[in-house]
Structures are given as C-alpha cells and as structure tokens.
Design a protein around this ligand. Structure first.
Ligand code: NDP
Length: 328
C-alpha cells in the first residue's frame, strides 16, 4: 500500500446517486506541475450532479467532487511557490472527493491564516461565483437593485451578502419561512417566499416600486426564468447561472426586445478564473472577506464520504441551506 492511501468517492458509471461508491485508493504521485493534497473537506455542488448524470459528459469511472481544501503532502518537480505543509483550496479541481487528491498547482490557492480549511472548502466555488456575478457579469454598485433567487442556498447566501456589501439593494426569493428568515438575517431588503406567490414578477415589481430590478441572478432556471425576465427594468441584465429546477427550454430572442432591450447571459465560473491572475484576485477578495468576518459562510451539513448519496439527495431535494461538505 502507498504511503498515501484512503477512501475515494467514485462515480462508477453515468447515472443516479446509486452509482456512487466509496473505494479505497492509493494516491497517484503528483506530476511535475501538480501537488498531492490530504483533503480536509470537499464541497458538494450541483456541478457534481451534472457530471454524474452525464449532463457534462465524463469518462467513467471517475472520482467525484470539484471543490476542496486540505494540506499539501507532496509537490511536483516544477512547482514553485508551494511546499509540503501549505494549506490550500481550489474551486474546480478534478477528483476532489478523496482523502488524497492530486491537483494542478495552477488551480489551487493558499488559504490565509484565520480561515479554517472546511470554511475554505465551503466558499471557493460558490464564493468565487458570487464574486464574478457581482463584479463582472453585472458590476453591482450603490443604487443597484438585484434579484437573488434561492437566497438561503449556497450561492444565494453569498450573493445576498456580496450585493449588500457593494451598496446594492436585494430582492430575495426563497422557499418557505425558514429560508426566508435566513435571507432576511443576511440583510436582504425584500424577501419573497416564491412558493407562496402566484405572480412572482408582480411581487418583485411591487418591491421595487414598479421599476424592476437592474439584474436578476437566477440559478434556479426553469421554474423562475420567465419571472426573472419579467422582473427586469428596461435594459436590465438576466444572468442565468444555473438550473437547480431544470434547464430553461429554447427561447425566442424577440422576448428580450419586448421586455425593453434586455440583456441575457449564461455565465460559468470556469470562464471567470481562466487565468492564474483572475483566480488569485477573486480568491484573495473572497477569502479575505471571510478572514475579516465581512463574508459569513454557513455550513448547512457535513457528511462522511460514505454518506455522499444522502448529501446529494438533500441538495437535489431542496432540503438544504448554505453549503454541504463531505469529509473524506
Ligand atoms: P443551492 O444551495 O442554492 O441549492 C439549490 C436551491 O435551489 C434549493 O435549496 C432551492 O431553494 C432552489 N430550488 C428551486 N427549485 C428547485 C428544484 N426544483 N430542485 C432543487 N432546488 C431548487 O445550490 P448551489 O448554491 O450549489 O447552486 C445554485 C445554482 O447555482 C445551481 O443551479 C448551480 O448549478 C449554480 N451554479 C452555477 C455556477 C456557475 O458558475 N454558473 C457556479 C456555482 C453554482 P428554495 O427551497 O429556497 O427554493
């Protein structure tokens, strides 16, 4: 057995949660530009579901998990700036769901003192997403009004806080009174229980005195897309960044004109951390905000790797708030 051996969450074939299997695996040696990390925590994300189900095609079997944090235990020959013992985190690695995981050195960042590894694992993917949505997709500033759906969720909680910290006004939606209370507690100015309203766009308009929002951050997709579009002010921006409720069906572009010269974008994190500089910039700002206490990370559940199927069942079943972690 290798010195670095431990459990790994394997997707044995494309499919539902029953294709997940924990296997004991020897870690690979890191390649020249890679590091081997002893993983402290793995983030649970919808992208893991899309990969497992084949929405994003992957060659099976593969080790599940994209996001994680841990301690470097071996360093490839060409790696500079990282050493054994360093605490690192990454938003979009490969095969992160294992006790030992090889990651490209270019994809990991140092975790600052004062930020626990589990918190870093919890905030990388969703925190960098909230960062690019509010800085690049639609730069939020004082006076901006943003619609944030699923505001008690992982990305949602971070979006609410980020918009508020940039001086914006948040119209939040969430499903049920507990989740609405969470959104309010984070500073959302208006909170709508979208399970309770017949006309969501009308409720958003009412919250904005009829004006409409400047930007709709919509990670729910199919169930909210129409209402998001109808909630925008003329020339507002529809940022469709996910599909928790299912993919939005094909779309008549003329609707953008009818709504008032609207903009529609479907952004992804990968395109917003495409260079090392961009990854470092966004990570520095997000982890820095966590370190100084201005960005609160809520960990809604921790699961053993062996219970991964239950974690994904909870996420997909709309039962969670904040971020879920797997502990390898
Ligand atoms: P969340 O923690 O937000 O969980 C999803 C939430 O969506 C649920 O808790 C639920 O909140 C709401 N929801 C509404 N309808 C459904 C439904 N039919 N099934 C399941 N959930 C539903 O997840 P994440 O923060 O991890 O991700 C949110 C979205 O952001 C996902 O679509 C994800 O793919 C996307 N994403 C996109 C990225 C990008 O760069 N494009 C990066 C990261 C995430 P409620 O009960 O309040 O309705």
């Amino acid at each position: 057995m290798s010195q670095h051996s431990g459990p790994a969450l394997v997707v044995t074939e494309t499919g539902g949660r029953d294709v997940l299997e924990v296997q004991q695996r020897d870690a690979d040696e890191p390649g020249r530009d890679q590091v081997l990390v002893e993983v402290a925590a793995v983030g649970v994300n919808f992208i893991d579901v899309y990969q497992r189900e084949g929405v994003y095609p992957m060659e099976t079997p593969f080790v599940a998990g994209n996001e994680g944090a841990g301690t470097v235990v071996a360093v490839g020959a060409d790696v500079t700036g990282l050493a054994v013992g360093d605490r690192v985190a990454w938003p979009q690695g490969i095969g992160s769901g294992a006790r030992f995981s090889v990651q490209p050195a270019s994809g990991v960042v140092a975790v600052p003192d004062g930020v626990d590894l589990d918190v870093a694992a919890a905030v990388m993917l969703q925190g960098l997403t909230a960062h690019y949505l509010t800085s690049s997709t639609y730069p939020v500033a004082t006076g901006t009004t943003a619609l944030v759906h699923a505001a008690a969720g992982g990305v949602g909680q971070l979006l609410v806080q980020t918009v508020k910290s940039l001086g914006g006004t948040v119209v939040a939606t969430a499903g049920g009174p507990e989740k609405c209370a969470t959104a309010s507690g984070l500073g959302a100015d208006h909170v709508i229980d979208y399970r309770d309203v017949d006309d969501l766009a009308a409720a958003v308009r009412e919250a904005t005195d009829g004006r409409g929002v400047d930007v709709a951050y919509d990670g729910v997709g199919k169930d909210t897309f129409d209402a998001s579009l109808a909630s925008l002010r003329p020339r507002g921006v529809m940022a469709l960044f996910g599909a928790a409720s299912g993919q939005v069906p094909p779309f008549d572009i003329q609707r953008l004109n009818g709504g008032g010269s609207l903009f529609l974008t479907r952004p992804s994190l990968g395109h917003h951390v495409a260079t090392r500089e961009e990854l470092e910039w966004r990570s520095r700002e997000v982890l820095g905000a966590v370190a100084d206490g201005s960005l609160r990370v809520s960990i809604g559940g921790r699961y053993d790797l062996a219970d991964a199927a239950r974690a994904y069942e909870d996420l997909e079943g709309r039962r969670t708030q904040g971020k879920l972690l797997l502990l390898p």
